[in-house]
Design a protein around this ligand. Structure first.
Ligand code: TTP
Ligand code: MG
Length: 365
């Protein structure tokens, strides 16, 4: 991955999510206009398949209107439990890339690839790998992905070529990427803001970027500063995960460079023993296992996976380490080997949850 990326942030958003799940589960619905929603007089469309969107129907439209515009559409009621299940598969696929995930809804999340990004040859390869992982985890669903160095630009980018899109915006190209887009694409700009911006003669994001910040602030208050910064692709917001990522790892810089999986394996054994012992000492278990290699020319390569169950056992960490090792291309000499556990949880927690409720003491006179 080329160096000039201060941060590598992905935004991923499933395509026509509820409708796509229905088409996945029922092949007869594939390729057809489909509306997901109720059919009562006050029902609205939750989402429409892309085949139906051509007829000008979409989310939040009254179902009656949508059916008038697209009478040939099949209408199916939502199955939330199933969408939640697929959402877990999708988020699980994301988690194999990074523990730094900020889900925004069932079908959408930010990912901060930080440490993991150097393992990919290019941002395009990274985005494609994420799309492939989602397709594999769900049995065939597509996701649109934006790759950028800020959350805002990544979000706009994921929407840029929907469905099944992949848009990479290099940090140096971000301002030019945003410039021709309408001001409604400024994050946080609702209809009122859009009207005010239009009133100032500003219809594109580029025009907002070129506008005088003081007059924007005079017209819009604090929001004026905010939109001016966004228009300059300036968005320092971090990807916020639910729990702080903690990890425990072991790594060694070797006295001599080594080459090939056979030479690396003994270090993974030692690392697994050490990490397991430290996990047990702190009463923690790891959901994730990561293997890190640094090549003789100082490239940092990582592979990680999420276990079926959290562990503090050396054998499980070692097995995961070996599986991860097999995913590297082992041609180059290596100067550092590491293995870590991440996404750590309290070892006691699941045990306590599994305990049956203590029976209430029998009342005795
Ligand atoms: P979105 O990601 O906004 O829409 P989408 O996935 O259907 O289509 P795309 O991203 O390709 O444009 O929302 C995700 C799901 O949330 C959507 O499938 C249905 C549900 N939803 C509603 O129930 N009501 C709504 O008004 C919206 C916008 C979404
Ligand atoms: Mg979506």
């Amino acid at each position: 991955m080329p160096a000039p990326w201060p941060r590598v942030i992905l935004h991923a958003d499933m395509d026509a999510f509820y409708a796509a799940v229905e088409q996945l589960d029922d092949p007869r619905l594939r390729g057809r206009p489909l509306l997901v929603g109720g059919t009562g007089p006050r029902s609205v469309v939750a989402t429409a398949s892309y085949e139906a969107r051509r007829f000008g129907v979409g989310s939040a439209m009254p179902m009656a209107t949508a059916r008038r515009r697209c009478p040939q559409a099949v209408v199916v009621p939502p199955r939330m439990e199933r969408y939640k299940e697929v959402s877990r598969q999708v988020m699980g696929a994301f988690r194999a890339f990074t523990p730094l995930i900020e889900p925004l809804s069932l079908d959408e999340a930010f990912l901060d690839l930080g440490e993991q990004a150097p393992a990919f040859p290019s941002p395009e390869a990274l985005g494609q790998a994420l799309k492939d992982a989602v397709r594999a985890a769900t049995g065939g669903l597509t996701v649109s992905v934006g790759v950028a160095s800020t959350k805002y630009v990544a979000k706009v980018a994921s929407d840029f070529r929907k469905p099944d899109g992949l848009t990479v915006v290099h940090p140096t190209a971000a301002v030019a990427f945003l410039a021709p887009l309408p001001v409604a694409r400024l994050w946080g700009a609702g209809p009122k803001t859009v009207e005010r911006l239009h009133g100032l003669g500003l219809t594109t994001i580029g025009e907002v970027a070129a506008a005088d910040r003081a007059s924007l602030a005079a017209a819009l208050g604090q929001a004026g500063h905010h939109f001016h910064r966004l228009a300059h692709a300036d968005d320092p917001r971090e990807v916020v995960t639910e729990h702080e990522p903690k990890s425990l790892s072991w790594e060694r810089t070797l006295d001599e460079d080594i080459t090939g999986a056979a030479a690396i394996r003994p270090y993974l054994r030692a690392a697994a023993d050490e990490v397991a012992e430290r996990l047990r000492r702190r009463r923690l278990r790891a959901w994730g296992v990561r293997v890190k290699l640094k090549t003789a020319d100082f490239r940092l390569l990582t592979r990680q996976l999420r276990l079926a169950a959290p562990t503090d056992e050396a054998a499980a960490l070692h097995a995961a380490g070996l599986a991860l090792l097999a995913q590297f291309e082992m041609a180059d000499p290596v100067r550092l080997v590491g293995l870590g556990g991440y996404e750590l949880i309290d070892a006691e927690a699941p045990v306590q949850l599994a305990l049956p409720l203590a029976p209430a003491p029998a009342a005795e006179e």
